[in-house]
Design a protein around this ligand. Sequence first.
Ligand code: ADP
Length: 496
Amino acid sequence: PDRVPAVIAAVHTGLFIDGRWGPATSGATFGVSDPATGDLLTDVADGGVDDARRALECAGAHQAAWAATSPRMRSEILYRAYELLVERADDVAAVMTAEMGKPLAEARGEVAYGAEFFRWFAEEAVRIGGDHIITGDGAGRIVVSKQPVGPCILVTPWNFPLAMGTRKIGPAIAAGCTMVFKPAELTPLTALMLAGILAEAGLPDGVLNVVTTSDPGAVVGEWMSSPIARKVSFTGSTEVGKTLLGQAAGTVMRTSMELGGNAPFIVCADADIDRAVDGLIVAKMRNMGQACTAANRIFVHRAVIEEFTARLTARMDALVMGPGSATGTQVGPLVEAKAVDKVSALVEDALDRGARVVTGGTRPPGPGNFYPPTVLTDVHPESALMQTEIFGPVAALIPFGSDDPGDPDGDGIDEVLAAANDTPWGLVGYVYTQDIDRADRFSDGLQVGMVGINTGLVSNPAAPFGGVKESGLGREGGRVGIEEFLNVKYVARPIR
Ligand code: ADP
């Protein structure tokens, strides 16, 4: 911990445009603070509309030359950046914990996970394929190829300050796109470190341009209205995603949207309860519940809910809460004071509607944005937290099914599927069952982009991450991740 101020002092805190670090045109800065203490860590450049324009013009100017580079060169830059991230994992994790709050062990985990996107897309850069077709009448040849979409706008949230960046920057580099990147105003330092690492890895000037700002609407709005940008890739709230989709219509820009979730976590009567509790601790408590993939509505079969609640509560009570930088911390602070207010209000609303607190539920005294691991049971379906992302360490349990062994519909599968799908979101669903047919019914029936069967973690660079309904458009990672940054072009040639 003593080294952290020195590591933060070494981070470039300017705008990164055309390979150079510099202040905002206005000279303005904004502060970045530590959610565990409220202390100011440092100030970073507060970019405005002029800076935004300059950054996008730079990305536009470098697009053609960057697209013409060899896939192998782009692959090697990504691989080198992967190695540098792994080498510097301790420093990057320390900065991430300082500005975002997550426990150091989780921050290290995110550096490993985030770096893997660079390794994955280093491997994909040299595998951009196409197609060759002879027309049905035998008279023509169709050659299908892929080209970079062009300059991209990347906008990321604060909850995974590194991985949400690498998951977009990796495929953009691999595909041959230049970019403007706006990290979240709560966590710009991790993103600025990442930009420095990419420059060190040999990324040519002007390919990645970073604008930090306290006015995201103005900076991103400037980019969205420019004909230079051809693609926007956004991760954040559904509300902002809808605004960007509206703006993208203006220039018919391609879009990738990773928006909110409202994940059901379903524990069937035949589940292995120990595994289900382990899975829920991951799906609920990773990042203090501040993940779009977080288990939000926990449906537990009546036959096992008592046992499940008791074992879950014991695990939640054993978690150590404290500053993310302190040894042994498993639950850090929430990202800002507002977040604690929101979680408290959701818990109060659930209690007003008849839920019971099994553990937690009261804010501790003292500094920092802390909220304790909380278990609520008998949560009423009309509670606000059923239709709102909690984004905090609150496990809301809802019973389903029948514990009468004579009831033909006692497994409650149709009932719980209908309840799970009763939301405008559709990112991920988790199911615990040992019955393969039942697992298939949930996998087929859940209206989501991702399903975890007997696991509480679905994020992986090799997997296509993304949602349906209001959870978003497009996929990140996996074999399809690079396609989001490529346009298909075909050439017709007669056969003579
Ligand atoms: P979260 O709830 O995760 O903070 P937001 O959608 O508010 O979600 O933030 C995600 C990202 O979107 C951040 O980088 C934020 O600065 C940016 N953002 C917020 N408002 C706007 C806006 N009006 N236009 C573009 N980007 C925005």
